[in-house]
Design a protein around this ligand. Structure first.
Ligand SMILES: Nc1ncnc2c1ncn2[C@@H]1O[C@H](COP(=O)(O)OP(=O)(O)OP(=O)(O)O)[C@@H](O)[C@H]1O
Ligand SMILES: [Mg+2]
Length: 588
């Protein structure tokens, strides 16, 4: 027997309970800041328990005064009854107000913190989640926690005090009545246990399904053009309906059980209250209690069943909250980026901004999480005042190399180094902090919605209109912007909406130039432009005195004539191409 108990205790400790405890501790870290408000909330709740008990006694007295014709006490008791009822109303409104305030503040706290932590999480593990899933976790799961946070200790204390005080009153007057009033308790417990075990698995299932649905919706709305062009509207509507059907089936399974249990519980509750009522009437009939005491009994039996149900319903709510906490912990548990070198890198840059920076990669090997090996013992280097081109077939690893250079991906082997030109010993350790040394023009359209000027000021908040125009001119974007009625205050839609692909590329280049960093990375940044504009932009970029190191990826041989060095990515290596090979590519 002892072994069996030990076995179950071990399972509880190692299993869901242990998980729930650590999730509760995690939630507590967000809530503890508001301990004073929570204490006030609990205090008001306890005062409310006291005043509603007094109201029940006053109501009992009132009935006794009326039935016993004690006219002299009537007005005083009635006035007190009204006053206490009012106090109860005010207290319950106050409780609602404080609870809403605490919930909103905890909600903001959790969401802001998780938002920041998600952004700081390393890119690769984060990329394995769909953005819809991340969004659901950030919004729904965080709200679940903040809305249910008061169900923790405060409501437990308040409901328990209500339950105990009602039980004490009834026990004082009539123990048999107390026994009857809580007769439904074992049934409630058994039922809630059944409901509970179903809930645990359903909670996870429904959260996963909601996340999938959110991802689907998000992708649909951001790809409406493609869906229309491929005539996919019926397919997408059908898919949504299927998701809804799956959700409904999941809910139905759980709701069915819930309804059966709640009908059963209502019958049990009815039987309990009728028995209480019967016993009360019998006691009045035999003269053991007054009419007033019977009213008190009935109101107390209501309180007992009500608070008991509230206490029991806290368990599923606790499970819901901890499940949500678990889903957030999954995300927050992923490795985070380290920006601790930020100030050091900043000083390094200030020291060396007049000479420019060299980038060297040695012996570098990189494979994605799924085992896809992209580089093996490869070497690469770039110096100021030169354009280094990366060429190679699609899917060979050009973008991946730029991500590695940006410290977005971490190679499994090898060494990356940034040092000052001509000062080889002045270098920085490679970490996410080195990103301040880079400007990046990503592949594809990455402008944010807002005006052109807002997009430019995202990277340099203090930029004047003249500076913005200057960068737009270097990127050959001014020629179409000056024709727009609102100039640099023209609006850009989502993902560069309202502009052609080539125009959006030029805006993206201007944004990168706005940052004026010593190393500029351009990933197919000019692929949508005509050859003439492309060359003009690259020449413009390199013609100023600023010692810029420029790395571009391209499929266009025409660009290669103005590049100082060309690397071809093949066989998981970066090969430097000789003049002849470059000529061959240009003439091919
Ligand atoms: N997140 C990822 N997880 C796993 N593999 C990836 C991931 N992103 C890219 N890859 C793989 O890495 C390889 C290199 O991709 P990359 O985007 O670097 O190619 P690329 O040379 O830039 O191609 P393109 O010229 O088409 O832009 C591809 O085979 C691709 O399948
Ligand atoms: Mg690419």
């Amino acid at each position: 027997m002892r072994e069996r108990i030990q076995f179950y205790w071990k399972r509880i400790r190692e299993g869901r309970l242990k998980e729930m405890i650590s999730q509760t501790i995690w939630i507590y870290a967000y809530v503890r800041k508001y301990w004073l408000s929570i204490l006030i909330y609990t205090g008001i709740g306890l005062v409310g328990t006291g005043t509603s008990l007094v109201t029940s006694f006053l109501s009992k007295d009132l009935v006794d005064i009326v039935t016993q014709h004690r006219a002299s006490e009537l007005v005083k008791t009635f006035v007190m009854y009204v006053v206490f009822t009012m106090v109860n109303i005010v207290l319950s409104q106050l409780l609602d107000y404080i609870s809403a305030m605490i919930c909103i503040r905890v909600d903001n706290e959790i969401k802001a913190d998780i938002f920041e932590k998600m952004l700081l999480t390393r890119l690769e593990p984060l990329m394995s989640y769909h953005t819809g899933d991340l969004l659901t976790r950030w919004s729904s799961d965080a709200s679940n926690i903040s809305n249910g946070v008061l169900n923790w200790v405060p409501n437990l204390v308040i409901n328990f005090s209500k339950f105990l005080s009602a039980l004490a009153v009834v026990l004082y007057y009539d123990p048999l009545f107390a026994l009857l009033a809580i007769a439904g308790m074992p049934v409630s417990l058994i039922m809630s246990k059944t409901l509970l075990s179903r809930m645990q698995s359903r909670n996870k299932e429904s959260a996963a399904l909601s996340a999938r649905m959110m991802g689907f919706n998000q992708e649909t709305f951001s790809n409406i053009q493609t869906i229309k062009a491929f005539d996919l509207i019926p397919l997408y509507v059908r898919t949504l309906r299927q998701y809804q059907k799956d959700f409904w089936n999941l809910k139905k399974k759980y709701e069915k059980l819930g309804i059966v249990i709640s009908v059963f519980m209502s019958f049990v509750g009815l039987a309990v209250s009728y028995s209480c009522y019967g016993l009360g009437v019998y006691r009045v009939w035999t003269g053991a209690i007054s009419y007033g005491t019977m009213t008190l009994f009935l109101s107390m039996s209501g309180t007992l069943t009500g608070t008991l149900n509230s206490l029991i319903s806290m368990v599923p709510s606790a499970i819901g909250i901890t499940t949500s906490a678990g889903r957030l912990i999954d995300i927050l548990g992923m490795p985070r980026e380290d920006y601790s070198e930020h100030d050091y890198v900043e000083k390094f840059y200030r020291r060396n901004q007049d000479v420019g920076l060299c980038l060297t990669i040695r012996n570098m090997s990189y494979a994605y999480y799924n085992g896809n090996q992209i580089f093996e013992n490869t070497e690469f280097s770039a110096r100021p005042h030169e354009i280094v081109a990366l060429v190679g077939p699609s899917g060979e690893g050009k973008t991946t190399l730029l991500r590695i250079i940006l410290a977005l991906l971490e190679p499994q082997e090898g060494c990356l180094e940034i040092c000052a030109e001509g000062r080889e010993n002045d270098k920085v350790k490679y970490s996410p902090s080195i990103r301040q040394l880079f400007s990046y023009v990503p592949q594809g359209n990455t402008m944010f919605s807002g005006t052109i000027a807002e997009n430019m000021r995202n990277v340099k908040p203090e930029a004047s209109d003249e500076e913005i125009m200057e960068c737009l001119k270097v990127a050959c974007a001014w020629e179409f912007i000056e024709k727009l009625p609102d100039g640099i205050n023209s609006r850009i839609g989502e993902r560069g909406g309202g502009f052609s692909e080539g125009q959006a590329q030029r805006l993206s280049i201007a944004r990168a130039l706005m940052k004026k960093s010593p190393i500029l990375l351009m990933d197919e940044a000019t692929s949508a432009l005509d050859v003439e504009t492309e060359r003009r932009i690259l020449k413009n970029i390199m013609k100023d005195e600023y010692p810029r190191t420029c790395i571009v990826t391209t499929h266009r041989p025409s660009v290669l004539t103005i590049c100082g060095k060309v690397y071809a990515i093949r066989d998981r290596q970066c090969h430097v191409l000789g003049r002849e090979q470059i000529e061959e590519m240009i003439n091919a």
